[in-house]
Design a protein around this ligand. Structure first.
Ligand code: TYD
Length: 137
């Protein structure tokens, strides 16, 4: 993967005096079908999440409440994405080392994933990640 494959998507907003709505359709608003949804919340101040890459999994990350940074690393370059709107999402391609930091108080991180949970798809050691990246080049 290359950092250039990662991108922030400006999602549709259906505005209404009663409140706003943002839909996300798998394969339409994001480039994969959604097989899993999870979210992290009650994140203590100063905490960092992530710290791993996925071999095949694609993900789409939304700060549905509050804000945080997503730092992506493809073994050559790093890029930091600040998510702070319910209608922005970050597409994270496979083989991207990710760290999520600077969570604001009360923030909620929604993740849409292309596949079911599979621990075998994780690379949790950074040196191993660099080794796999190197063998793919
Ligand atoms: P992990 O993906 O490491 O969290 P993060 O990237 O947000 O820091 O997962 C943390 C724990 O939760 C780990 O023990 C695996 C478990 N888990 C599931 O059981 N199902 C899931 O869908 C996810 C994402 C994690």
């Amino acid at each position: 993967m290359s950092i250039e494959q990662a991108r922030v998507v400006n999602l549709r907003r259906i505005s209404d005096p009663k409140g706003n709505l943002t839909p996300i359709e798998g394969g339409q608003d994001i480039p994969f079908e959604i097989r899993r949804v999870y979210y992290t919340y009650d994140i203590p101040g100063g905490e960092t999440r992530g710290g791993h890459a996925h071999m095949r999994l694609e993900q789409f990350i939304v700060a549905v409440s509050g804000s945080f940074d997503v730092v992506l690393d493809d073994g050559k370059a790093r890029a930091s994405f600040f998510l702070n709107r319910s209608y922005y999402g970050l597409y994270v391609p496979p083989m991207a080392w990710r760290e999520l930091t600077n969570f604001s108080s009360g923030s909620v991180c929604l993740v849409l994933a292309s596949d079911h949970y599979d621990e075998a798809d994780y690379i949790r050691d950074y040196d191993e990640f660099l080794g796999v990246i190197g063998s793919q080049r």
